[in-house]
Design a protein around this ligand. Structure first.
Ligand code: PMP
Ligand code: GLN
Length: 378
């Protein structure tokens, strides 16, 4: 068949998880916890099933869950979304992002991505017939380069995709950076797709700067998040998008024919569970401790640590350890050392190799310790 995505193979996360399983390696590649979620959350979902909440919910999501999301966003960021017309529950952030792109990107529209970026963005834009405009984050620091973003914007620019906290670099945009973005976009009609799936994993006392906090951004943004990350249930594939009513209306036109709606009992369970803010309030400390445990061990190897300000990722420079390209290094590390990682080159359209790989530390302490024991051999 003539492929619509000739350059696309199987995603790196699937490839590396399969190799990790085959080799019996500790899987610090694909980002997902190896520990279970709160049993209270399982209880809430089970209860919803037992109560017979097993048929289609409303197309836009269970009202109680949309209300819980709106209340949380207001409490944390001071912006009130209307739960009826501005919040939509999605099958994970992945579906939210592709649906937002399909809803607004027309053939020939330009869409800016900041590289390295999550691997679904570029194929999503291509499927919508858009033209991908790749702008690098600042080499080395991975911070946004506003001069280059400004230079990439023109009359054909339909949207910009950002992601904070950032996968894979683990940077977190500051308030100043978000303000700068707001100023830059103010004279334009460029829409913003703000991928905030790691919103509750921000370390060292820094705050997550949601686009919802900046009126000039919120007015043009699809804000995307994922319950999978926040509540340690990546396999449930439930997320949400928050966007002003006119943007949400366009989003829903596509969503209704894309998935129509999302798992009913999980939505009810999440709505009930979200009444307690403790699980997401405690998440930064929970992951910061794991980050520190992991970094302390890595600091004793010849891998060079990069900062990890947020998300559940830790990047390391491999140049002191190996001459292999990132990709080959990750294969070797998985097969020979028994620890899986993800090459950063997978987050670049041209496979740019800067000798940096990503580990996920959303793992039991014992898993991290086992990985560190093996990495100590490097
Ligand atoms: N965006 C980013 C930056 C991610 O890391 C992920 C998770 N891999 C997603 C989107 C997709 O999230 P979900 O599993 O909810 O579809
Ligand atoms: N978001 C996760 C990561 O970056 C994995 C998601 C996936 O497997 N598609 O590792």
């Amino acid at each position: 068949v003539q492929s619509k995505l000739p350059a696309v193979g199987t995603t790196i996360f699937t490839v590396m998880s399969a190799l990790a399983a085959e080799k019996g390696a500790v899987n610090l590649g694909q980002g997902f916890p190896d520990f279970d979620c709160d049993p209270r959350l399982v209880g809430a979902v089970t209860q919803a099933m037992t109560r017979g909440l097993n048929q289609y919910p409303p197309m836009t999501g269970v009202p109680a869950l949309r209300e819980a999301v709106a209340a949380k966003v207001q409490a944390l960021h001071g912006h009130r979304y209307d739960a009826g017309s501005e919040i939509t529950i999605t099958a994970g952030a992945t579906q939210a992002i592709i649906t937002a792109i399909l809803a607004v990107v027309r053939p020939g529209d330009e869409v800016i991505v900041l590289e390295p970026c999550y691997d679904s963005y570029v194929p999503n834009i291509e499927l919508a017939g858009g033209t991908v405009v790749r702008v690098p984050l600042t080499p080395g620091s991975f911070r946004p380069d506003f001069d280059r973003i400004a230079a990439a914007i023109n009359g054909r620019t339909r949207a910009l995709l950002i992601n904070t906290p950032h996968n894979p670099s683990a940077t977190v945009w500051t308030r100043e950076e978000m303000l700068r973005l707001s100023q830059l976009l103010a004279p334009t009609e460029v829409l913003l797709i703000s991928d905030e799936v790691y919103e509750h994993m921000v370390f060292d006392g820094q705050a997550h700067q949601s686009a919802a906090r900046f009126p000039g951004l919120a007015a043009r943004a699809f804000i995307v998040s994922s319950f999978g990350k926040t509540y340690h249930v990546t396999g449930w594939k439930v997320g949400f998008v928050a966007a002003p009513a006119p943007l949400s209306a366009e989003f829903r036109k596509v969503h209704q024919f894309n998935v129509f709606t999302v798992n009913t009992p999980v939505q009810h369970g999440l709505a009930q569970y979200m009444a307690d803010p403790a699980p997401y309030r405690d998440l930064p400390a929970f992951y910061q401790r794991k980050r520190d445990l992991f970094r302390e061990g890595l600091a004793r190897t010849r891998l060079r640590l990069l900062p990890s300000e947020g998300s559940y990722f830790q990047c390391v420079d491999i140049s002191g350890v190996s001459d292999l390209a990132e990709d080959a290094f990750c294969q070797w590390l998985t097969s020979e050392i028994g620890v899986a990682a993800i090459p950063l080159s997978a987050f670049y359209g041209d496979g740019f190799d800067q000798r940096v790989v990503r580990f996920c530390f959303a793992k039991k302490d014992e898993t991290l310790r086992l990985a560190l024991e093996r990495l100590a051999r490097l």
